[in-house]
Design a protein around this ligand. Structure first.
Ligand SMILES: *Cc1c(COP(=O)(O)O)cnc(C)c1O
Length: 552
């Protein structure tokens, strides 16, 4: 049995306990576990107010509200009550379940300490995802790691593998050390996957704070675990794991650079659950020409047998659905005849979501030289990320500006990016633009979703795209292509220049004047990205490289 620990999970648009890539990956992973019959149980936290419900006011400011979702309708409460120590006090914890059912089935456990009789500060841990910092966040992580360990035990699980996804659950090693007595025994059972190359993504807490909260565990020497008086959860997870990996080949080198003292950091490149992300309309077409592609996504290389006009017509139908959504919810008046770029993901500085708007006059010129250009943006900024919020304001400002200047360039911003919106965007756009600053994209997954829908990637040479992208064959790169171990940063000006040049000289003329070539690129994209960048392949690697060794 594999115990898969993660702070957030994106199972469907109704279960609002996710914010971005990590959560969506967790959802896709458990779906592949279930399809492939891998014995696994997932452990996460319940967030009764979700992550954030986003509205944008006329000034372009993000308004953040609770997500109202009825967790009692989507999850089932277990008849279970146990205690988790927070400092001096023991607090009650229970959990809720959700089953992902396919050939096999995977149970997802949502821990809940928002119970009558508990301290208000502890009850708040289940309010929102990633809302607090300091002690609030420390306690959420204690709830996940220690509470998760105890819940599994109470339910009778005896996991062979504890898989920590990000370090949020690292406190579970405190319980494992107590149970197994030695570092060596704990390392035989723990796997740590690091998902971020951004140093702020690695949580740190003052040693004193950790000692105070975990004072009932006297087998830990926190001074010894600390560095500069702080406990770094990634280092705690690293030290206690027998296997550590990054999430793309490039990210392995980045992680080795962040944790030079840890030897042998490996990689397993992420994937996406192909059946979930390929649009229903395209699925029907694939079913006719590539039977069994859902069971075996390797077969997607057979996409070349699809008649080109059918593939393109299917894409156009999906695009019309997207254009309808945009025209229903914004005043951007999109047309389904124009080249449409999608830029949808978390909004934060390193992702440079607004890079394409850097030289707006140049972009207008490009659009006006051809039939036109449409760009649809979506994404949420973290409530404390002022940089991200500035990007949203900038996008709205430029969108209003181009509306006055030209009718050939159209810019829309869709509010409240979520799973259902993502499904339509990754299938209905023509080009998926992703231009994070190198080398900060650990892997990236939305481009995989787009690529297997025949939506062409236009992306920085970083993360998964360094492995999957073939210039001019299944999409295009942005900026210089670095060597695997080259960790030099991107230059914003140079990258923006590259975006404009490739749009003008390659992408727009191919789309408008060489449609047959365009459809070939779409097929190349599905045939090269579908067979490899899926979670079936990824899970098979986790099983074959790691789990199987720990389960002996
Ligand atoms: C796939 C997905 C993400 C992750 O996208 P990246 O571009 O890899 O950051 C985030 N949010 C939603 C809703 C998604 O579907």
């Amino acid at each position: 049995m594999i115990a898969y620990f993660v702070m957030e999970i994106g199972l469907n648009a109704h279960i609002a306990t996710y914010s971005g890539g990590l959560g969506l990956l967790a959802g896709d992973t458990v779906m592949s576990f279930a399809d492939l019959g891998v014995p696994a149980v997932a452990v996460t936290l319940l967030y009764k107010g979700g992550y954030l419900h986003q509205k944008i006011n006329p000034a372009g400011e993000q308004i953040e509200q609770d997500t109202h979702w009825d967790y009692t309708k989507h999850l089932k409460k277990l008849n279970l009550s146990l205690e988790v120590p927070f400092g001096d006090k023991k607090q009650k914890v229970t959990c809720w379940e959700y089953w992902v059912r396919s050939k096999g089935e995977v149970r997802v456990l949502f821990l809940d300490a928002d119970l009558e009789g508990n301290d208000p500060d502890v009850r708040r841990l289940n309010h929102r995802l990633y809302l607090g910092d300091g002690i609030h966040r420390l306690r959420q992580e204690i709830l996940l790691g220690i509470g998760g360990y105890k819940v599994l035990k109470a339910l009778g699980y005896r996991p062979h593998v504890y898989h920590m996804n990000e370090s949020h659950s690292a406190f579970l090693v405190v319980e494992l050390l107590k149970e197994y007595g030695s570092l060596e025994e704990v390392r035989k059972r723990c796997v740590f996957t690091t998902h971020t190359p951004v140093p702020v993504g690695h949580d740190r807490f003052p040693v004193g704070m950790v000692k105070e909260e975990l004072k009932s565990y006297d087998h830990m020497n926190w001074e010894e675990e600390g560095e500069d008086g702080h406990i770094n959860l990634s280092r705690l997870a690293l030290k206690h794991s027998g296997y550590v990996n990054g999430v793309s080949y490039k990210h392995m080198f980045v992680s080795r650079d962040i944790f030079p003292e840890h030897e042998g950091i490996d990689y397993i490149t992420n994937g996406v659950h192909h059946s979930r992300w390929i649009h229903e309309e395209l699925k029907e077409l694939l079913d006719q020409y590539i039977p069994r592609w859902e069971n075996n996504p390797h077969l997607l290389q057979g996409v070349y047998s699809l008649p080109s006009h059918l593939l393109y017509e299917t894409h156009e139908r999906i695009k019309k659905q997207l254009v309808n959504l945009i025209n229903r919810t914004t005043d951007a008046s999109f047309s389904s005849d124009l080249l449409t770029l999608g830029v949808a993901r978390r909004i934060t500085s390193y992702k440079r979501n607004d890079l394409i708007l850097r030289n707006i006059e140049r972009l207008i010129q490009i659009a006006e030289h051809y039939e036109g250009l449409q760009i649809v943006f979506a994404g949420k900024a973290h409530p404390k990320d002022e940089g991200g919020k500035g990007i949203i304001r900038h996008i709205l400002e430029k969108s209003a500006y181009v509306k006055r200047r030209t009718h050939k360039l159209k810019i829309a911003f869709l509010e409240n990016y979520d799973i259902d919106m993502a499904k339509l965007l990754v299938a209905g756009c023509d080009v998926w633009l992703n231009n994070p600053r190198r080398p900060l994209e650990a892997c990236g997954t939305s481009g995989m979703k787009a690529g297997m829908n025949g939506v062409l990637n236009f992306s920085t040479w970083d993360g998964w795209w360094l492995e999957g992208g073939i210039e001019g064959f299944n999409g295009w790169g942005i900026g210089p292509k670095p060597g695997w171990q080259d960790l030099s940063p991107s230059d914003d000006g140079q990258d923006a220049e590259d975006i404009y040049n490739k749009l003008f000289y390659t992408i727009m003329p191919t789309y408008y004047h060489r449609k047959e070539d365009w459809i070939k690129l779409m097929k190349n994209s599905i045939a090269t990205i579908g067979p490899y960048f899926n979670t079936h392949r990824m899970v098979e690697e986790y099983v074959g490289k790691i789990y199987i060794n720990l389960m002996r």
